[in-house]
Design a protein. Structure first.
Length: 549
């Protein structure tokens, strides 16, 4: 017992008489994130393992991967079932680098939307098998399931034995598993030389392109730190139970009415929008909530109704984290009532593109009015007045960029994760201002169609935008195959618009323009339609993988 007290809890030599490491380490580690577990993560971060591998926004499961590499002997094997988020998660950079530097990946099976544990339906799981030590000659066998629902023994067996018809299998070189500066793990390979593969097409996008962050800033929305009162605040004794569910910084219409704000106070009351309001091209602003946009430059006693409202929740507001510079500076001058992260006001009132943080499709919309929203919405604003946001919007909503985000960005199951890094890395083709004009004009028409819920008509315009995007990203290929449509679209727009500005037309005139273009772009005899209909036939190696994947 004395010897036991002086040993670590897990000591291979003392417990198993093993001094050179294990042959196999198998685990199903606990899926615990930092949120709500700060004390646990802080304790682990202070350990010798944590001092090597701790980082922001990581999961506890990552430590188990690191530890298994420590415990395995050379050429020992680690095998884990875990969530699949670490392959692209920002908080898993150290894990990916550790696997890249210390391990040879043998097999990775991504179950994707197929649920492995009935008790954890919201999870996306993956099996990872690796050997300690690097051997670049060994091919990694990867699998990505296309099944949905809950797994049973039969389909689990078929997936694991690499015989499932609804699962895609790949054999990837070790150095082709890791992509870019953050070493994202790409289960289909970071690059591909195979003609006609999605990756080989996407690799072409980088030619004569620049990343979105060269011309636009990408930023998330507001963090209040406390939208409403929750059970957590009640249990901590920060506020009386009668206030459960009450709005603090985010208020309902009835809560706003009860405050009886004066004209001056209403100036800091902003309509609060949800990410579900955003669809491709258009925002349906059906807001039912309002934000108290309270920043450090204000003196709250000048807004008595709001000051009285926030005083009720003072303890709960002060209980927010204070580990951000913005809130620290406010607290230093006694302004405990400011938003946790307010961001610059111009972000919300200037022309911008917005998108939800997560979406099954690439849903980007244009807005040139006030749009205040939470951090689960991202804002794309131009760095220069010369940047054409509507041109950028057309590219971002295209099929081509959907595949870029799906294969080169980040995902949670089948959901695109539209965070800052994947957005900033989107390749934007460098073209002339004149080449951008058709995009700008059609986007204006798309916004009008979406606003008026003309979904069927809008499909023809989306098809033309996709064709235009192909024409600028693969110009030589499209011309060689006689399937480029840019010149024909420009002619149709010129004929129909007759040198008028679309935004200056009446609604009736806009409808007439759209009807004329829709008739042209759905006519089987139209050169544009004929060329678009031949995309897959005449471009089996580039357009077909995009259109049929």
């Amino acid at each position: 017992m004395t010897r036991m007290r002086h040993r670590r809890f897990f000591d291979p030599e003392w417990m198993f008489d093993i001094s050179d490491g294990f042959d196999v380490v198998i685990g199903n580690p606990p899926y615990i994130g930092e949120k709500g577990n700060s004390t646990l993560f802080r304790n682990v971060a202070n350990s010798s393992l944590g001092q090597r591998f701790s980082q922001m926004r990581m999961d506890m499961v990552y430590y188990f991967f690191h530890l298994s590499l420590d415990l395995c002997k050379d050429r020992g094997v680690g095998a884990f079932i875990s969530t699949n988020y670490f392959i692209t998660a920002a908080g898993a950079i150290k894990l990916r680098l550790d696997l890249k530097n210390r391990a040879t990946m043998l097999k990775i099976i991504n179950f994707n939307e197929l649920k492995i544990f009935q008790s954890a339906i919201g999870q996306h799981n993956m099996i990872s098998v690796f050997r300690k030590g690097k051997n670049q000659q060994v091919m990694a066998m990867t699998a990505v399931s296309r099944k949905i629902g809950v797994a049973d023994n039969e389909n689990l067996t078929s997936i694991i034995t690499m015989s499932d018809l609804d699962t895609d299998y790949f054999s990837i070189k070790q150095d082709n598993l890791y992509d870019g500066g953050e070493s994202y793990i790409r289960l289909t390979g970071a690059k591909s030389t195979k003609l006609g593969s999605i990756n080989s097409v996407l690799d072409l996008l980088i030619t004569n392109s620049y990343s979105l962050n060269k011309i636009c800033e990408v930023d998330s929305g507001i963090q209040t730190g406390i939208d409403r009162i929750t059970n957590k605040h009640i249990k901590k004794g920060l506020v009386a139970r009668q206030y459960l569910g009450s709005g603090v910084f985010v208020l309902s219409e009835s809560e706003v009415d009860r405050l009886a704000l004066n004209k001056s106070e209403r100036k800091i009351l902003k309509k609060w929008h949800k990410n579900s309001d955003i669809s491709p091209y258009y925002i349906d602003k059906q807001n039912e909530q309002y934000l108290l946009y309270i920043t450090r430059d204000l003196t709250l006693t000048e807004f008595p109704s709001i000051y009285k409202h926030l005083k009720i929740y003072e303890k709960a507001i002060k209980n927010r984290s204070s580990n951000r510079g913005e809130i620290q500076a406010a607290l230093a001058i006694g302004k405990w009532w400011v938003l946790f992260v307010a961001k610059r006001p111009s972000l919300f009132i200037s022309p911008k593109i917005v998108c939800p943080q997560r979406s099954k499709i690439n849903a980007f919309a244009y807005d040139n009015s006030e749009f205040y929203a939470s951090k689960d919405i991202y804002y794309i604003t131009p760095r220069s007045k010369n940047t054409n946001l509507k041109f950028i919007l057309a590219i971002l909503n295209s099929k081509l960029i959907y595949h870029w985000l799906y294969n080169k960005g980040k995902r949670k199951g089948e959901m695109l994760e539209l965070y800052a890094t994947p957005l900033e890395n989107i390749p934007i083709k460098e073209v002339t201002k004149n080449q951008q004009l058709p995009f700008e004009l059609i986007v204006g028409q798309m916004i009008f169609l979406k606003k008026n819920n003309e979904i069927i008509e809008s499909q023809a315009f989306e098809n033309v935008i996709d064709g235009l995007v192909f024409s600028i990203y693969f110009p030589d290929h499209m011309k060689e195959r006689k399937i480029d449509i840019l010149q024909f679209v420009e002619k149709d727009l010129k004929d129909v618009m007759q040198d008028r500005e679309f935004d200056q037309l009446t609604d009736h005139q806009k409808e007439k323009v759209i009807d004329d273009l829709h008739a042209r772009w759905t006519n089987p005899r139209s050169e544009i339609v004929k060329r678009m209909n031949s995309f897959t036939e005449k471009s089996p190696d580039i357009l077909k993988p995009i259109l049929e994947s």
